[in-house]
Design a protein around this ligand. Structure first.
Ligand SMILES: Nc1ncnc2c1ncn2[C@@H]1O[C@H](COP(=O)(O)OP(=O)(O)O)[C@@H](O)[C@H]1O
Ligand SMILES: [Mg+2]
Length: 127
Protein backbone atom coordinates (compact mmCIF):
# COMPACT_ATOMS: atom_id res chain seq x y z
CA UNK A 1 0.00 0.00 0.00
CA UNK A 2 1.49 3.32 -1.08
CA UNK A 3 -0.28 6.52 -0.04
CA UNK A 4 0.87 9.82 -1.48
CA UNK A 5 -0.77 12.96 -0.12
CA UNK A 6 -0.40 16.46 -1.51
CA UNK A 7 3.21 15.77 -2.50
CA UNK A 8 4.90 19.01 -3.51
CA UNK A 9 8.52 19.73 -4.47
CA UNK A 10 10.23 22.88 -5.65
CA UNK A 11 13.69 23.31 -7.12
CA UNK A 12 14.24 27.02 -6.50
CA UNK A 13 11.47 28.77 -8.44
CA UNK A 14 10.51 25.64 -10.34
CA UNK A 15 7.60 23.61 -8.95
CA UNK A 16 8.45 20.10 -10.10
CA UNK A 17 5.58 18.42 -8.27
CA UNK A 18 2.36 20.20 -7.37
CA UNK A 19 0.15 18.47 -4.82
CA UNK A 20 0.30 14.88 -6.06
CA UNK A 21 -2.34 12.61 -4.51
CA UNK A 22 -2.21 8.92 -5.27
CA UNK A 23 -3.08 5.66 -3.54
CA UNK A 24 -1.73 2.37 -4.82
CA UNK A 25 -3.53 -0.52 -3.17
CA UNK A 26 -2.07 -3.92 -2.31
CA UNK A 27 -1.63 -6.08 -5.40
CA UNK A 28 -1.92 -3.17 -7.79
CA UNK A 29 0.68 -2.61 -10.47
CA UNK A 30 1.26 1.04 -11.19
CA UNK A 31 3.46 2.76 -13.78
CA UNK A 32 4.49 6.40 -13.92
CA UNK A 33 4.37 7.53 -17.55
CA UNK A 34 4.98 11.04 -18.77
CA UNK A 35 7.21 13.26 -20.89
CA UNK A 36 10.66 14.32 -19.75
CA UNK A 37 10.38 16.88 -16.99
CA UNK A 38 6.92 15.72 -15.88
CA UNK A 39 8.25 14.96 -12.38
CA UNK A 40 8.49 11.17 -12.41
CA UNK A 41 12.02 10.98 -11.00
CA UNK A 42 11.22 13.64 -8.42
CA UNK A 43 8.20 11.61 -7.27
CA UNK A 44 10.30 8.43 -7.06
CA UNK A 45 13.02 10.20 -5.04
CA UNK A 46 10.38 11.47 -2.62
CA UNK A 47 8.61 8.17 -2.22
CA UNK A 48 11.88 6.31 -1.60
CA UNK A 49 12.99 8.93 0.94
CA UNK A 50 15.99 10.11 -1.08
CA UNK A 51 14.65 13.68 -0.84
CA UNK A 52 12.40 15.48 1.60
CA UNK A 53 9.27 17.07 0.11
CA UNK A 54 8.44 20.75 0.59
CA UNK A 55 4.90 19.67 1.45
CA UNK A 56 2.86 16.51 1.65
CA UNK A 57 3.76 13.03 2.67
CA UNK A 58 4.32 9.46 1.57
CA UNK A 59 3.31 6.38 3.55
CA UNK A 60 4.39 2.85 2.73
CA UNK A 61 2.05 0.33 4.38
CA UNK A 62 1.15 3.04 6.89
CA UNK A 63 4.73 4.11 7.67
CA UNK A 64 5.67 7.68 6.84
CA UNK A 65 8.89 7.64 4.81
CA UNK A 66 10.17 10.75 6.64
CA UNK A 67 8.91 9.97 10.17
CA UNK A 68 9.62 6.23 10.19
CA UNK A 69 12.25 5.79 7.49
CA UNK A 70 13.64 2.47 8.71
CA UNK A 71 10.23 0.79 8.93
CA UNK A 72 9.13 2.23 5.60
CA UNK A 73 12.37 1.40 3.77
CA UNK A 74 12.37 -2.17 5.11
CA UNK A 75 9.20 -2.64 3.02
CA UNK A 76 10.63 -1.07 -0.08
CA UNK A 77 12.21 -2.76 -3.05
CA UNK A 78 13.75 -0.45 -5.60
CA UNK A 79 15.42 -1.42 -8.88
CA UNK A 80 17.22 1.59 -10.34
CA UNK A 81 17.63 1.87 -14.11
CA UNK A 82 21.40 1.57 -13.65
CA UNK A 83 22.38 -1.46 -11.57
CA UNK A 84 24.66 -0.63 -8.66
CA UNK A 85 27.06 -3.31 -7.42
CA UNK A 86 29.78 -3.24 -4.83
CA UNK A 87 32.80 -4.46 -6.78
CA UNK A 88 34.52 -5.93 -3.74
CA UNK A 89 31.61 -8.26 -2.94
CA UNK A 90 31.24 -11.62 -4.62
CA UNK A 91 27.72 -12.30 -5.97
CA UNK A 92 26.80 -14.53 -3.01
CA UNK A 93 28.18 -11.93 -0.57
CA UNK A 94 26.09 -9.25 -2.25
CA UNK A 95 22.97 -11.40 -1.83
CA UNK A 96 23.85 -11.99 1.83
CA UNK A 97 24.31 -8.27 2.35
CA UNK A 98 20.90 -7.46 0.86
CA UNK A 99 19.25 -10.30 2.79
CA UNK A 100 20.74 -8.96 6.04
CA UNK A 101 19.49 -5.46 5.28
CA UNK A 102 15.99 -6.90 4.98
CA UNK A 103 16.54 -9.05 8.09
CA UNK A 104 15.77 -12.25 6.20
CA UNK A 105 16.35 -15.61 7.78
CA UNK A 106 19.87 -16.73 6.72
CA UNK A 107 18.96 -20.25 5.61
CA UNK A 108 15.93 -19.01 3.72
CA UNK A 109 18.02 -16.30 2.05
CA UNK A 110 20.66 -18.86 1.05
CA UNK A 111 18.00 -21.15 -0.41
CA UNK A 112 16.42 -18.30 -2.37
CA UNK A 113 19.80 -17.12 -3.62
CA UNK A 114 20.56 -20.62 -4.81
CA UNK A 115 17.19 -20.90 -6.55
CA UNK A 116 17.60 -17.50 -8.25
CA UNK A 117 21.17 -18.22 -9.36
CA UNK A 118 19.91 -21.49 -10.85
CA UNK A 119 16.95 -19.80 -12.54
CA UNK A 120 19.14 -17.12 -14.13
CA UNK A 121 22.08 -19.49 -14.82
CA UNK A 122 24.43 -17.45 -12.64
CA UNK A 123 26.22 -20.22 -10.75
CA UNK A 124 28.97 -20.50 -13.36
CA UNK A 125 29.76 -16.78 -12.88
CA UNK A 126 29.95 -16.84 -9.10
CA UNK A 127 33.25 -18.61 -8.52
N1 LIG B 1 18.05 18.65 -9.02
C1 LIG B 1 17.27 19.46 -9.73
N2 LIG B 1 17.47 20.80 -9.72
C2 LIG B 1 16.69 21.63 -10.43
N3 LIG B 1 15.67 21.24 -11.21
C3 LIG B 1 15.43 19.93 -11.28
C4 LIG B 1 16.21 18.97 -10.56
N4 LIG B 1 15.74 17.72 -10.81
C5 LIG B 1 14.70 17.90 -11.66
N5 LIG B 1 14.53 19.21 -11.95
C6 LIG B 1 13.45 19.76 -12.81
O1 LIG B 1 12.21 19.34 -12.27
C7 LIG B 1 11.30 18.97 -13.31
C8 LIG B 1 10.90 17.52 -13.11
O2 LIG B 1 12.05 16.72 -13.38
P1 LIG B 1 12.04 15.14 -13.17
O3 LIG B 1 11.44 14.81 -11.85
O4 LIG B 1 13.44 14.69 -13.41
O5 LIG B 1 11.06 14.66 -14.32
P2 LIG B 1 11.00 13.29 -15.15
O6 LIG B 1 11.71 12.23 -14.37
O7 LIG B 1 9.53 13.04 -15.32
O8 LIG B 1 11.67 13.57 -16.47
C9 LIG B 1 12.03 19.27 -14.61
O9 LIG B 1 11.66 20.56 -15.03
C10 LIG B 1 13.50 19.22 -14.22
O10 LIG B 1 14.27 20.04 -15.07
MG1 LIG C 1 13.28 10.91 -14.87
Amino acid sequence: MIEIENLTMNYGDLRALDGLNLTIRPGELFAFLGPNGAGKTTAMKLLTGLMKPDAGRVRLCGHDIQQEPLLAKALLGYVPDVAVFYEKLMPVEFMEFIAELFEMDRDQAAAQTNALFTKFALHEHTR
